[in-house]
Design a protein around this ligand. Structure first.
Ligand code: DGL
Length: 265
């Protein structure tokens, strides 16, 4: 059981921001990644649709004998976590909870901005999770439906992205937030642009490193941590355009990717 892989999934390449943190924190763990590149973006779709997709991916990864599932997609965590948890005999960690915990800890003035997909913002899941960790927060949420297509296109530092980000950030900066949570796993790839616009006084919090820490803690607590000193063979599965995923994915991960497999459902 300890030598089995960890299943990590997202609608596209965004979950690679979590994979990167996992590879750094837990280098001996094998990862099986699933990116639903044929159906991305999820964040503008209904909860019922996203829940159906999440169930399909969970089934795919469980059939690969994973020892843990990491929901590296805030949108699925926001609207489909119960579906995933109900199906899973193995522990489930999700980025939304990790992101909320990190943001609640980071804020000094109690004003927190949430950048997330439309579906995540409409679900209210971030506000609920933040309020679980801290009751004194004033929260400003902003749906950013244009960010995911820009990232999937590889336009992570482009004038169009800067203009779009300025539009999305203006209301929360006017509300004087001191912490902004990047509530979608695609958004850390826009960190340079967002940091430039938000300025040094505003902390940008993403859930990748907190999620990796939670995964490590859960593996140890459940006696599932791999104890072999090994260089794991990671697997990447996508539902469309594997070559494109590989090219953009290598930029995100900062390392070469092995073959990316095309999934035929
Ligand atoms: N990266 C995902 C998230 O964290 C989903 C983005 C999308 O497909 O719209 O919300």
């Amino acid at each position: 059981m300890r030598n089995r892989p960890i299943g990590v999934f997202d609608s596209g390449i965004g979950g690679l921001t979590v994979v990167r943190a996992l590879m750094e924190a837990l280098p001996q763990e094998q990862i099986v990644y699933f990116g639903d590149t044929a159906r991305v973006p999820y964040g503008v779709k209904s909860s019922a649709t996203v829940a159906g997709y999440a169930a399909q991916i969970t089934d795919f990864l469980l059939k690969r004998d994973v020892k843990m599932l990491v929901v590296a997609c805030n949108t699925m965590a926001a609207v489909a976590l119960n579906v995933i948890v109900d199906m899973s005999p193995v522990p489930v960690i999700n980025v939304l909870d990790a992101g909320a915990a990190a943001a609640a800890r980071a804020s000094r003035n109690g004003r927190v901005g949430v950048l997330a997909t439309l579906t995540t913002v409409h679900s209210g899941a971030y506000v609920r999770a933040l309020e679980c960790y801290r009751q004194d927060l004033a929260i400003v949420s902003q749906a950013c439906p244009l960010f995911v297509p820009l990232v999937e296109e590889g336009w992570v530092d482009h004038p169009v992205t800067t203009l779009t980000a300025r539009e999305y950030l203006t209301p929360m900066l006017a509300a004087e937030v001191d912490t902004i949570v990047l509530g979608c796993t695609h958004y850390p790839l826009l960190r340079p642009v967002l940091a430039r616009l938000a300025g040094d006084e505003v902390a940008l919090v993403d859930s990748a490193s907190t999620t990796a820490a939670q995964v490590g803690a859960m593996l140890r607590a459940s006696d599932l941590a791999c104890t072999q000193a090994r260089v794991p063979r990671h697997e990447f599965h996508v539902t469309d355009f594997p070559q494109r995923f590989r090219a953009v994915g290598e930029l995100c991960l900062g390392r070469p990717l092995p073959d990316v497999h095309l999934v035929h459902w």
